[in-house]
Design a protein around this ligand. Structure first.
Ligand code: ZN
Length: 169
């Protein structure tokens, strides 16, 4: 998989070419900027591999999603948003699916570690048009930024009950 910053990629990878307008791209740029802002609020924070926020995740098959993350290594907290175009999750996915969540790394030891523990989730939904999907990305990144401002970074880890994993490590 290749990661390409929003500003350097081709929106036609995820939207029909005729639907790509300056307003659509301006909204995505604002969402991207929010991820950078979140990273700025987190100790050692980073927004995407490029540091610029939203990125295209491009697979060798041509499959592509718009993905953004901001995270802090210590205290550990990860803020993620994703917009998957029609067909991304299979032939029966007919719209643009937007998801977002805030998670911490599983800290169970050895083989019991399961990956990430989701602390809070934005209500995932599938949208019929690029405009609606981009508006949802706007709401999702606003929600991520609001939550980042509301909760001290070290609190995310403290909120993790770890019940499913603790005791197995
Ligand atoms: Zn776990």
């Amino acid at each position: 998989m290749e990661t390409i910053p929003l500003a350097e990629g081709d929106p036609a990878w995820v939207f029909p070419e005729e639907s790509v307008t300056p307003a659509l791209m301006a909204s995505l740029a604002a969402s991207s900027e929010r991820l950078v802002e979140i990273a700025g609020l987190l100790p050692g924070g980073r927004a995407g591999w490029s540091g610029s926020g939203l990125e295209y995740n491009v697979f060798p098959s041509g499959k592509c999603s718009l993905y953004g993350w901001a995270e802090s290594p210590d205290p550990d907290a990860t803020f993620v948003v994703e917009m998957a175009p029609p067909g991304y999750w299979g032939t029966d996915s007919v719209g643009w699916e937007v998801t977002a969540d805030i998670s911490v790394r599983c800290d169970a030891r050895y083989d019991a570690a399961c990956g990430m523990h989701v602390m809070e989730e934005f209500t995932a939904n599938v949208y019929a048009t690029p405009e609606e999907a981009v508006a949802a990305v706007d709401r999702a990144t606003s929600w991520l930024l609001d939550r980042c401002r509301a909760v001290p970074p070290e609190d995310w880890r403290a909120r993790d009950p770890l019940e499913p994993c603790r005791g197995q490590g």
